[in-house]
Design a binder for this molecule. Structure first.
Ligand SMILES: CC(C)(COP(=O)(O)OP(=O)(O)OC[C@H]1O[C@@H](n2cnc3c(N)ncnc32)[C@H](O)[C@@H]1OP(=O)(O)O)[C@@H](O)C(=O)NCCC(=O)NCCS
Length: 236
């Protein structure tokens, strides 16, 4: 019954966003997608509640190269590039800003996280040219499978599979798989860990899941819509 309801809700969301997708496609015939995509992402980010989650997912599934059928993208979260890939079972909390990134299956990103493309967007060095005019590099960032990014982290580079980034960390160097990093700049706290969120059966996963707003369940798409207020998080 629950499954049928979800299928119905996903279908309804797809129908609702179809005109928006069509309009977006029409716009991209005249303006580069990269210029108009952020505006659409910002508008969709404002849709509250579980309805917003379904509508965002439906829209992004029609636009992005990949967006999991059960990905959960919370209120206030903005994608700044239409090239973002969102795997299945991905959870993204509220008020995140995600640059050009590949977010792999079952990754969990808490609220207020920034995923930015490196730290050299504006070329350093001495020059009379304004910094904003000096374009640097924008390396794509990968958030590995089953990784867990803590609240308010700033991630500038890759996080390996099952990697854990502590709350408030600033990740400037790649995080190897199964490694926990914390702090500013992020330093290794634990290597070769059986990831804190290793498997949906692990106690740590349960704890992490419990900490997620609205009883998120690791993307198994049996969220409890009725418990999803869509309000800004009470700090995940
Ligand atoms: C990174 C994290 C998983 C580590 O958990 P843990 O293995 O239980 O670590 P501990 O609490 O035993 O702390 C170990 C050390 O790391 C430090 N530490 C832990 N988390 C830290 C963080 N986010 N930033 C800086 N230092 C941190 C502790 O102070 C402690 O230092 P000490 O040994 O000098 O006393 C956890 O602290 C964390 O940040 N989780 C993210 C929570 C979150 O953002 N949730 C959002 C909703 S899901």
């Amino acid at each position: 019954m629950k499954e049928t309801l979800k299928i119905g809700a996903n279908l309804a969301a797809r129908i609702c966003v179809a005109p928006a997708i069509l309009l977006y496609r029409l716009e991209t015939a005249f303006v580069a997608g990269e210029r108009i995509f952020p505006g659409w992402s910002q508008a969709l980010a404002l849709l509250p509640g579980v309805t917003g989650v379904y509508l965002r997912r439906a829209f992004f599934r029609g636009i992005l190269p990949q967006c999991g059928r059960d990905a959960w993208i919370s209120f206030g979260t903005i994608f700044s590039h239409s090239t973002v890939c969102v795997g299945s079972g991905v959870y993204i909390g509220s008020y995140c800003v995600i640059g050009d990134a590949d977010i792999q299956d079952d990754a969990m990103i808490a609220s207020h996280v920034s995923v930015i493309n490196g730290g050299r967007q504006h070329g350093p060095g001495q020059s009379s040219v304004a910094l904003r005019e000096r374009l640097g590099t924008f390396p794509r960032v990968s958030i590995g499978r089953n990784a867990w990014i803590g609240e308010r982290a700033v991630v500038m580079t890759d996080v390996g599979d099952n990697g854990v980034v502590g709350a408030g960390a600033v990740v400037t160097k790649p995080v190897p798989p199964f490694t926990v990093v914390v702090g500013v700049p992020a330093r290794v706290l634990q290597r070769g860990c059986a990831s804190t969120v290793e498997s949906p059966e692990s106690a740590a996963f349960e704890a992490a899941r419990g900490a997620m707003p609205h009883g998120w369940n690791g993307g198994r798409d049996d969220h409890a819509p009725e418990s999803h207020s869509g309000l800004p998080p009470q700090t995940a």
